[in-house]
Design a protein around this ligand. Sequence first.
Ligand code: G3P
Ligand code: CA
Length: 263
Amino acid sequence: KVIPANLQYPEGKIVNVAHRGASGYAPEHTIPSYELGEELNGDYIEVDLQMTSDGTLIAMHDVSVDRTTDGTGLVENMTVEEIKQLDAGSWFNAAYPEKAKEEYVGLKVPTLEEIFDRFGSGSNYYIETKSPDVYPGMEEELLRLIESYGLSDNVLIQSFSSDSLKLTHSLDPSMPLVQLISQPALGNNAEDELEEIEQYAIGVGPNFNNINEEYVHTVRSHELQIHPYTVNTKEAMKTALEWGVTGLFTNYPDLFSDVITEF
Ligand code: G3P
Ligand code: CA
């Protein structure tokens, strides 16, 4: 898997982001899900971050552990040791019996350090600061880990929070950032929003359901990257490529890899 030196935003390179890993096939934000994302031709492992009460960054989508583990409670109120007691795989087997595997039982919630240890500099990471208001200091800790692992060239940082991205930009102006947007301003209103974003970010990650071809063209005219989320059918992937997206988030990186090849 060869990615050009300017890997985060190469002109003409379509970025295949394995959303929560290959989460269409394996329990999201577990090491097997990330491994499968790579096997299925994902270019980036997508990692959503929460932070424990003792300051450890962990991979989890929700602020609470309830949906994706056998525990209950908020991550902010739990130590990493408590998080490590949880089973992060069995819920998937119960929810998706047709995709269930015995090996998913008892999977642990990975810390960001464990992810970096496992995949190292041979992988790329598309890391989201989730709920940054709940976790003051998460941006500093994230940048500290990226620096200490020497992974600056392997990381994109994304957030719905413009404050989190602006803080990250002020701490490290060279870090490529992507502004997530659930309801992008369309039509003429797109200009102001994009002019603001391009002050600190290299691209946008809009909800694919809320954009159109004109919006993609407008984003590209600003020389911003556009990686919509979360696109899970080949038909929608093809449409996204026809509109001119520069990548996308998908639970099925194998499908997107096929669509890119066929395009
Ligand atoms: O980060 C892109 C996409 O994952 C945003 O939505 O809720 O899945 O984190 P969510
Ligand atoms: Ca995300």
